[in-house]
Design a protein around this ligand. Structure first.
Ligand code: FAD
Length: 257
């Protein structure tokens, strides 16, 4: 399995509500044509701070406005743009690192208590994939742990220890015990929502750790996805490559806060 990232929800402006507000303030917002909703939303939020509409609106276009917010470190405004991502084909080891990001991230992940993992796939680390002998050792270990998982489920059900529990709790108990032998490589699926400020922090902190190859791959998927949605917002991040795998680096002095 390989990592796949899909955007399942994205920012959208309610232009009717915005017009109502502007009419109430007897002003207007000169929008830059063809700008992505995420960046327009950020521009609009920034302009609300100073009521810089109508005669108070500078000639800056949306891209320049977003760039200046980022450059000035006015990053709370970036929190209004968020996306929901469905990430599959990644390991539980990876998502354990992902979910350490607490601020501006929300998560919903496949449960190993409600889901029977007997047929779970495992994510081969890139470093293992490069060496056929290592792949053999890795596969043998993963297979052994899957055999043990299935055998534990069978033994625990046959032991009848939890027969007095409701079905749901019996399964939870047995799967919780059996999953303790599953490898950290076990494939998982996670839906997460993150705002632009939090994503910038994540990419900055995680994107270029050379030895963390799965993190590099996912960081690159994320950067590609959000750059297509909001090019200016992430324009200070660059995708490079090292040893056939991506690196996400931030150039220049744009502050990350
Ligand atoms: C190279 C590397 C090695 C790591 N090794 C380990 C390890 O060995 N063990 C381990 O447990 N973790 C490790 N981590 C995880 C790391 O400690 C962070 O938990 C993780 O990277 C999330 O970063 P964060 O706290 O900045 O992000 P978030 O939780 O998203 O927080 C974002 C920012 O909000 C602010 N913030 C968040 N919570 C608080 C708070 N409670 N009080 C004040 N400010 C707050 C901080 O400015 C923080 O940077 C490692 C991370 C990296 C990048």
């Amino acid at each position: 399995v390989t990592a796949v990232l899909r955007i399942v929800a994205r920012p959208a402006l309610d232009l009717v509500a915005i017009s109502e507000f502007l009419e109430g303030e007897a002003t207007e917002w000169r929008r830059t044509p063809g700008m992505p909703p995420a960046e327009e939303l950020i521009e609009f939020a920034g302009r609300v701070c100073y009521l810089s509409f109508g005669s108070r609106q500078s000639p800056k276009d949306t891209a320049a406005y977003v760039r200046s917010l980022v450059d000035q470190g006015h990053h709370s405004v970036l929190e209004h743009a968020s996306w929901s991502f469905l990430l599959t084909g990644v390991s539980r080891a990876f998502t354990h690192q992902l979910v350490r990001h607490r601020i501006g991230f929300s998560y919903s992940q496949l449960s190993q208590q409600y889901h029977d993992e007997s047929d779970a796939e495992a994510v081969v680390p890139a470093a293992v994939r490069r060496h056929p002998a290592a792949v053999e050792t890795w596969k043998a270990a993963v297979d052994r742990s899957h055999v043990a998982y299935r055998e534990l489920l069978r033994l625990l059900a046959a032991g009848h220890d939890a027969d007095d529990l409701p079905e749901r709790e019996r399964l939870r108990l047995e799967r919780s015990a059996a999953r303790s032998v599953l490898p950290a490589a076990t494939e998982t699926k996670i839906l997460f929502t993150a705002n632009a400020r939090a994503l910038r922090h994540f990419l900055d902190e995680r994107g270029a750790i050379v030895g963390d190859e799965e993190m590099r791959v996912v960081s690159a998927l994320l950067l590609r996805a959000v750059s297509a949605e909001a090019p200016e917002l992430f324009s200070d991040f660059v995708l490079t490559e090292r040893g056939g795998l991506p690196l996400v680096e931030r150039r220049g002095d744009r502050a990350e806060s």
